[in-house]
Design a protein around this ligand. Structure first.
Ligand code: PLP
Length: 398
């Protein structure tokens, strides 16, 4: 078992993933397709196995950010559609994508020319989705560019314009006006394309937040990532689906010692023990994403204050804002500065623990390295997940 080489692994409950899919389907209209977004290794859950699992449940359209992510899923035996959100940068990438029947995004005139050329040269068909820029400032074209792309691509019989989409900037925010504005721009552009004779079958603009808050924006497809992983997007939502988190990061105590009050723990003597206690070492540190937060600049003064308050609560060990590690269902605090690959836990003297005991650690799923085994469980037992042909794969680490 691979996890015994690492003393850390991830457990994913496949029935919980299925339950999340079922919960999402309750809000899905007949005409709307579900595109399962499996970027960032399916938000840390393992893209290939989650794709297989969802395919078994009837999901037949996937999306990722990058070519490499799409190739990994394709090589994992998934023949369903895979849309790549970000543009290909050169001919080699387009070639690889077309050969592997990936669905490509055209977000600029450059993308359009590149795909046009390569598909002619290979004489192979390719499905594309046009990306419309409506206010995120990332990828996409304006109305004029879209018309010109549609006009030039209609000469190329190898290119099938299957879809058109945009991406919302602040759908989780309480103020709907910016999102509604983006939606109106998107619909206007679709109207003007249609007036020019270009009717594109699959129109989509909804991520998880849009899906929950704006049913009229579901259109022909919704692109769902966060909800499938059992979480709500940041923000407040009136819709309450019955979602659950399928994901647990686990490790083991690798060393244990009783320490006296006054003992210093960690680099720079970062913690001084107040009481005698047991100190357990776990093989998990900031290299695994422990205690790391995304370092965005505060968005204005209120946000700055919120961040400061959190830091102060963290400083005073307030339970909601401190890191606690669970052992046998009870939570214990981390002590001292977190090491690159290790951390220390303080456990009272009267608690029976020993080396090898399992610990559960709250980590940001998307930061956990891909070489950490993902183990898929049903009713607590490891399962194999089949690909489209029914080939059963031995899941890594089992
Ligand atoms: C990540 C992403 C999604 C999915 O967003 P969630 O909020 O995780 O559901 C949809 N569309 C695009 C373009 C994305 O980058």
């Amino acid at each position: 078992m691979k996890q015994y080489l690492q003393n850390k692994w991830v457990e994913i409950d496949v029935d919980v993933v299925k339950g999340n899919l079922e919960a999402i389907k309750t809000l899905l209209e007949e005409r709307t397709r579900l595109v399962a977004v499996l970027k960032a290794d399916a938000y840390g859950h393992g893209a290939v196995n989650i794709a297989r699992l969802l395919f078994q449940q009837g999901v037949d359209f996937f999306a990722v950010s990058f070519l490499g992510e799409a190739m990994e899923i394709r090589k994992g035996g998934i023949r369903a559609s895979i849309l790549v959100f970000s543009p290909m940068v050169d001919e080699d990438q387009v070639k690889e994508a077309i050969k592997n029947k990936l669905t490509l995004t055209i977000a600029s005139l450059y993308d359009s020319q590149l795909i046009d050329e390569v598909s002619r040269r290979l004489n192979q068909k390719v499905s594309v989705h046009l990306k419309v820029e409506t206010g995120l400032g990332r990828f996409g074209m304006n109305g004029e560019e879209l018309i010109s792309v549609c006009n030039s691509l209609k000469e190329n019989p190898n290119i099938y314009i299957e879809g058109i989409y945009t991406h919302m900037a602040e759908a989780a925010a309480s103020d709907a006006s910016y999102t509604e504005g983006q939606f109106s721009s998107f619909m206007e552009i679709i109207q003007s394309l249609s007036a020019a004779g270009f009717r594109i079958p699959v129109k989509h603009c909804a991520n998880s937040a849009v899906f929950l808050k704006y049913p009229h924006m579901h259109l022909d497809a919704v692109r769902i990532g966060t909800l499938l992983s059992g979480q709500y997007p940041a923000g407040s939502f009136s819709q309450t689906l019955s979602l659950a988190d399928p994901f647990k990061f686990k490790s083991q105590i690798i060393a244990l010692r009783n320490r006296k009050a006054g003992t210093y723990l960690g680099y720079y003597r970062s913690y001084r023990m107040k009481n005698p206690a047991q100190i357990a070492v776990i093989p998990v540190g900031y290299n695994d994403g422990l205690a790391l937060e995304v370092a965005n600049k505060p968005e204005g003064f209120i946000d700055l204050l919120k961040k400061l308050v959190k830091m102060v609560l963290f400083y005073f060990d307030s339970p909601r804002y401190s890191l606690y590690i669970k052992i046998k269902g009870r939570a214990y605090p981390l002590r001292g500065k977190i090491f690159m690959q290790m951390a220390l836990i303080e456990i009272p003297l009267n608690v029976g623990v020993s080396v090898g005991d399992e610990v559960e650690i709250p980590l940001r799923k998307t930061l956990i390295a891909k070489n950490i085994s993902r183990i898929y469980l049903r009713d607590g037992a490891a399962v194999k997940i089949e690909d489209e042909d029914g080939t059963s794969y031995v899941v890594e680490g089992v």
